[in-house]
Every structure is written in C-alpha cells, then in structure tokens.
Design a protein around this ligand. Structure first.
Ligand SMILES: Nc1ncnc2c1ncn2[C@@H]1O[C@H](COP(=O)(O)OP(=O)(O)OP(=O)(O)O)[C@@H](O)[C@H]1O
Length: 320
C-alpha cells in the first residue's frame, strides 16, 4: 500500500532523510520509531504531499505520491502534528468539512462524525469552537479527522504525544480496528513502550535512515541479548573467564544469552556476603537501538525532547 525507496530530503544544510526505504502492506501496522529529530514528520509530510522530496520514490496504492499528491490524498488519513483546524467553527463542522474533503458521502457524514467522536471520546467537544480547545483536545480532533473516511493508508504522527492513558488506549484501539479492516497504518511515535500494545512491526528511523525493520521479537533476538547486572557491597570481584563490564563503581554487567545458567555458574564463585543484588535486564527495543547506534535511545531523545521519555528498562530481581 505504501512503497518508499531512496527517499531524500534536506532543509538547506540540514539533511533530514538520507535515502529511506520502507514498505507498508494492507492490514499492516508499522510503528515508525525514532528519537526527536529522526525525520519522522518529514517522512509523513512528504507522503501526504505537504512537503517536497529531493529525490526517491513514494507510491501509495501504486500511485506516484510525489507527482499525483491530490489523487493520493483521497486514500490517506493523516493526523499530522500541527495541521490547522478551522478555528472559528465547531469541532463537528471541522470533522464534517475534512470528512467531505476526503470523500465521505454527505449522507454518511453525520453517522461517521458520531462514530469517530464516540470512539475517540470527544463527543463532548463536538459543539465547542475548535480554536478554543486545549492543545491535547486539538490533537484528539486531528486524530479523529484522520479516521473520518476509513483511509486505505492511515498515518498518525506522534498522535499520542501528551495524551492521557485513556485517550492513548482509544487511539490504539481505533488503529487496530482500522488495520483489521485492511487499511495500512504508519504510526510514528518516539515512545518505544507504546509498541507493545499494538500488533505492529517496527521501522526504526535514526538520523534520516531506517536502521532496522521487522517484528519486535525478531529485532530483539537479532540485535540484543539479556544482560545480568550484579551489585556488590564495595569493589566487585574479578569474574574469571567472563567479559564483565564495571558500571557505577560497584556493579558488574555481563551479557548472558541464558541468564539462569550464568547465575548458577557465577553465584557459587563469589566471596561470601559480597553480593548486594541481582538484576536481569531483558533486551527490548531500547537495547536494539543501543546495539545498532551505540547511543541510548532516551539520551538521543532527550537531545531534542519536548517531554520525558517513559520507556521502561529491565526486570529487576532483588537478591540480598
Ligand atoms: N522546516 C524545517 N526547516 C529546517 N530544518 C527542519 C525543518 N523541519 C525539520 N527540520 C530538521 O530535519 C530533521 C528531521 O526533523 P523531523 O521533524 O522530520 O523529525 P521528527 O523525527 O519528526 O522529530 P520529532 O519527533 O521531534 O517530531 C531535524 O534535524 C529537524 O531539525
């Protein structure tokens, strides 16, 4: 449904996309992950015809999106980060207007507005003037607009940023339902943790390139392995035959494909009373990002962050 090949875009000296390849099939949800500034908005905006590419191929449903953006827009549902709503009219009128523009039949408009509003829990906002909504409320209306015509390709750009847990749940449910009906979904976010709630495959965008693509489990097993962290009272002992990395002064970190086997082997060799704690850090997308870039995702994100990242780390076990 979406085919991107060698997509490039610079803003003056600033290179935003350096040759992006990405495919999204019908019924597939692809989570486009990347820290702030990775190029997600640029990518989504080019597909939607809102920004011009410098080079490359973008096809939506087989139609060249770079030269026939008007035609492509009919197939798209887009919830961009910052599209304008019509500020002086109501939310209901905005939804009707955008629905009509994207081809929803007049006779179906009223019902579709009600359905989408209910699904996104914005029914109580329908008669409010759009320009007077809070930032979070506007974002929900943007998301609703993207769903109005059951698009063949839905693109959500950071739709859940700043959303409360309930709204986030509504959006993720709606995304899933649309994909089950056969739409392709490109779901951009910088929250790694969010992906576990979606049956999504992942494309990690970093500094203008897709550096990893596939299922979460597949990426984790290909690029990262569990780590066992041992905390000690005072200086850690030397562990013979193990490549242990010393961290935070009194901890040792050891990569371990089989953490249980490692612990069974190591624990009896430690000086009595020296061990303060054990933590098994299960690899996740964060570990994949670290393995591929050498940078921590949260730090990369914090470089341009607008809000704190909330990704969880590993599973901790206290052993004292
Ligand atoms: N209009 C612009 N003019 C100049 N540089 C831009 C412009 N828009 C984006 N950039 C730069 O291009 C790069 C990619 O930005 P983009 O907004 O696409 O990233 P992003 O992954 O969507 O980030 P975020 O998660 O913060 O929205 C960044 O370095 C950004 O500073």
């Amino acid at each position: 449904m979406l085919h991107i090949e060698g997509l490039r875009k610079s803003y003056g000296e600033q290179q935003a996309l350096l040759g992006v390849d990405l495919d999204v099939s019908e019924g597939e949800i692809v989570a486009l992950l990347g820290p702030n500034g990775a190029g997600k908005t640029t990518l989504v905006s080019i597909v939607a015809g809102l920004r011009k590419a410098d080079g490359g191929v973008v096809e939506v449903g087989g139609v060249d999106a770079l030269s026939r953006s008007r035609e492509v827009r009919r197939m798209l549902g887009l919830a961009p980060q910052d599209t304008g709503l019509y500020p002086v009219v109501s939310v209901r009128q905005n939804l009707r207007l955008f629905g009509e523009l994207s081809g929803v039949r007049r006779s179906a408009l009223r019902q579709r507005v009600d359905e989408v509003a209910q699904a996104l829990a914005i029914t109580d906002l329908l008669d409010r003037q759009a320009g007077k909504l809070s930032g979070g409320q506007k974002r929900r209306v943007h998301t609703a607009i993207a769903f109005m015509h059951r698009p063949r390709l839905l693109m959500l750009d950071e739709a859940t940023t700043g959303a409360d847990v309930e709204t986030r749940g509504h959006i993720l449910d709606l995304v899933q339902r649309l994909a089950e009906q056969g739409s392709a979904v490109l779901y951009s976010t910088h929250y790694l943790a969010e992906i576990s709630s979606l049956p999504a495959t992942v494309a990690i965008l970093d500094r203008g390139r897709v550096i990893a693509r596939g299922g979460v489990a597949e990426l984790v097993s290909a690029h990262a392995e569990p780590v066992v962290e041992l905390a000690f009272h005072g200086d850690p002992p030397v562990l013979a035959d193990l490549a242990a990395e010393r961290v935070d002064g009194d901890r040792l970190r050891v990569r371990a494909p089989d953490p249980a086997a490692l612990l069974v082997a190591v624990l009896p060799t430690l000086p009595p009373g020296s061990l303060a704690g054990v933590e098994i850090v299960r690899p996740d997308l964060e570990s994949v990002y670290l393995a591929l870039t050498g940078r921590r995702y949260q730090e990369a994100d914090a470089a341009g962050a607008r809000e704190p990242a909330d990704e969880g780390g590993g599973a901790g076990v206290s052993a004292s």
